[in-house]
Design a protein around this ligand. Structure first.
Ligand SMILES: [Zn+2]
Length: 69
């Protein structure tokens, strides 16, 4: 999964974070990627925190979609 910003032809940084589904509490081992320059920035830290705060696992995401429709 890619978060943040990856510039054209930029090297991607791969990193692992433990992400918890905000709905069911399931822990998802997250292999994430972002651009090398973005990885160093404060914005990236903020974005990662936000990403974790709103994360839904695949199952909960599907449920949400069904309920909406
Ligand atoms: Zn879930």
């Amino acid at each position: 999964m890619i978060i943040g910003r990856v510039l054209d032809n930029e090297k991607k940084i791969k990193f692992d974070v433990e992400i918890t589904c905000t709905n069911c509490g399931k822990i998802v081992p997250g292999g994430l990627q972002t651009g090398e320059s973005y990885y160093q920035t404060r914005e990236f830290q903020v974005e990662l925190e936000n990403f974790k705060k709103i994360y839904l696992c695949g199952i909960c995401r599907d449920k949400k979609r069904v309920n909406k429709g």
